[in-house]
Ligand binder design. Sequence first.
Ligand SMILES: *Cc1c(COP(=O)(O)O)cnc(C)c1O
Length: 482
Amino acid sequence: MIREPLIFEISDKGKRAFRLPKLDIKAKKALFEGLAIRDAITDFPQVSEVEVVRHFTRLSQQNYCVDLGIYPLGSCTMKYNPKVNEKVAALDGFAQSHPLAPVDMVQGNLEVIKLVEDYLGEIAGMNAFTLQPSAGAQGELTGMMLIHACHEARGNPRKIVLIPDSAHGTNPSSAHLCGYTVQEIKSNENGTVDLEDLAQRMTEDVAALMVTNPNTLGVFEYDICKIAEIVHTKGGFVYMDGANMNALTGICRPGDMGVDVIHINLHKTFSTPHGGGGPGSGPVGVKAVLEPYLPIPRVEMKDDVYVLNFDRPGSIGRVRSFHGNFLVVVKALAYMLSLGPDGIREIAEMAVLNANYIRKSLEKDFHLKYTTPTLHECVFSDKLQKDHGVSNLDIAKRLIDLGVHPPTMSFPLIVHGALMIEPTETESRRDLDMFIEAMKQIAREAKEDPGILKSAPHQSYVRRLDETTAARNPIVKWEREK
Ligand SMILES: *Cc1c(COP(=O)(O)O)cnc(C)c1O
C-alpha cells in the first residue's frame, strides 16, 4: 500500500491546473487593491489538475462514510442522507440567493424558515423555534442565554444549572459559558435521574435542569413529568438536550412532558450530513414564556408577506450571522416533506427496533451495565473482554478490519469501557446482521486469539496510531525540508 503524500510534498514550482490567455486589453486596477488582496502565499502547493484530482480521490477512498456502510456512532445519529435533499438545496433560488437580498425577493426562502420553525414546533410540542444556532452545542448556549434573560427580567438570573452525570460534555460547557455554576445529579441504578438527589439540589438558586431524553444510555426518563414538576415548583426551567429526538419523532413531544427549552440537531434527526460532510444546525424551541427573548430577526407574516422583525426589545440579540446555515434547513425541510407525518413517526419506530435488534443479538457476547430497556441506542462495555486483556479500543480497531465503522467509545462516562451503538433507522436487516456478526467474531477472538485484536487494524491504510505521542507531540504543520 502506498502512503499518500501531502499535497505540499508533490508540489513543483510553476505547475498549474489551468492557465488563462494573456490579457489583450489594458489591465484595470483591482477594486480592492491595497485593501483586501493578500500577498503571495508562500509554500502554496503548485500542482497540475490531474495531480489534484488523483490526490483527493485517493484520500476519499481511504475514508469511511455513511454512503459506504453502517456508521453506528452512538449519540451522533449517523443516518443515511437521501440524495433528494441535496438536489433540492442545490436549486438556484436557494443556493444562489444572497442573505442580504431584500425580503420581497426572497419570500420563498423566508417561507422555508417559517415552515421549518412551525414543523419543529409541532414535532417537539413547543410554541416557537429559532433556526439561528449552527449546531447542537450553540443551541445549548442559546437556550441557556434565553433562560438567563428570562430570570434576569424577573429580577434574579440565578446561579446554578443542574446536569445529570450521564450528560454529553457540551451540556456543562454551555451552562458554564453562560456564567452558571454546574452541579452534577447522580444517576440511579436504572441509569436515570435520581429524583431524591434532584429534589435536594433543586433550590431557588437553580436556574435550570439540563436533561437529555432519552438519555445518553438510550434510556427514556420515565419520571420526566415528575422531574419537570420538581424543577418548576422552585421556579426553574427544564432544558432538554434533544440530540436523541430520533427515538421520539412522531410518538411523543418534549413540550408535553414539561420541557421549556429544547435544541434539535437537524444534522442528526433531520438527516443533513455531518462529520466533515457539511455544516450543522441546532434550532432551539421554547415555550411561550421564553419567546420574547429569542434571537433577532424573527420571520413574521404581515399583510400577507413575510417580513423580518428586528424590533424585539427583550431579545438576546443575534447568535449568528443572517439566518444560520440556511441550506441545512432546506435539506431538513426536504427530508420532512418527503417522509410526511407517518414517515416521521416511522423514523423513531425503526430506529428503536434496529437498536434493540442489535442489543438482543449481542447481549450474551458483551456486557450491559444497565439492563433497563433502551430506545434508539444501547451501551455495552468491554467488561467481559477485559478478562482477556482486550479493551474497547482494541474492539473498535478490529471492527475497521471487518469493514464497519466502530461505535462511539468511552462515553457516557458512567459506563467504564463503553461501546455505544446507534444503528439508526436507515440500516437494513442485512447490514445489521453484518455488524452483529463482526462483533460476535471479535468476542470469539478475544477468548481465542486476543493478539489479533491488540494489534488491529491490519487491513487499513493507517495502522494503530501511537495516541500518546500524537497528543504529547502533535505535528500539525508541514514544513519544507531545508
Ligand atoms: C451531538 C450531541 C450534542 C452536541 O451537538 P453538536 O451538534 O455536535 O454541537 C449534545 N448532546 C448530545 C447528547 C449529542 O449527542
